[in-house]
Design a protein around this ligand. Sequence first.
Ligand code: 5GP
Length: 178
Amino acid sequence: MQRVILKDKTFVPYITSDKILESVKHMAQKINLDLEKEMPLFLVILNGSFMFAADLLKEVTIPCEISFIKLASYHGTSSTGTVTEMIGLTEEIKGRTVVVVEDIVDTGVTLEKLAILLAKKEVKQMKVASFLLKPDAYKKSIVVDYVGMEIPNAFVVGYGLDYDGLGRNMKDIFVLDK
Ligand code: 5GP
């Protein structure tokens, strides 16, 4: 794998597509076992989660529904700490088991905002499936039930994650070169 340049930054190979898919399969297997009787609603957080969600949900074999919501908390390479809901929820989710599908959990601000939103809608329970988790940056207490991989505090792109709009289409994950 080659390093990639996106605008003013250079990124180096970090997690290969093969490793990603292996770990996504494991996540789906756990979800299939845990939520078999729940008929969960998977709530995919756009934009970054689209690739992960597609891979995950191809491996989820239990009866389920899938919906999408768009939030934003990032500008450039650091979190702004505020979250804006851009596309709202239209489904009736009261009493449902909702599985939030996130690309990455960093500070947890986005997750907390979602937890409040879902609690207001009186869901039965919220589960969280995030492909990546940065444990050193995570400041919240909400449990991330399904994690693909834990990574240190670094800025990554690819597999749906972007740097200023670029890099989302790469099937491998790259990390910012120091
Ligand atoms: P949090 O609210 O947990 O701080 O951040 C969550 C959102 O920030 C993620 O859904 C993602 O869009 C963005 N984000 C966090 N860390 C990274 C990263 O390393 N790379 C990219 N491209 N986006 C990130």
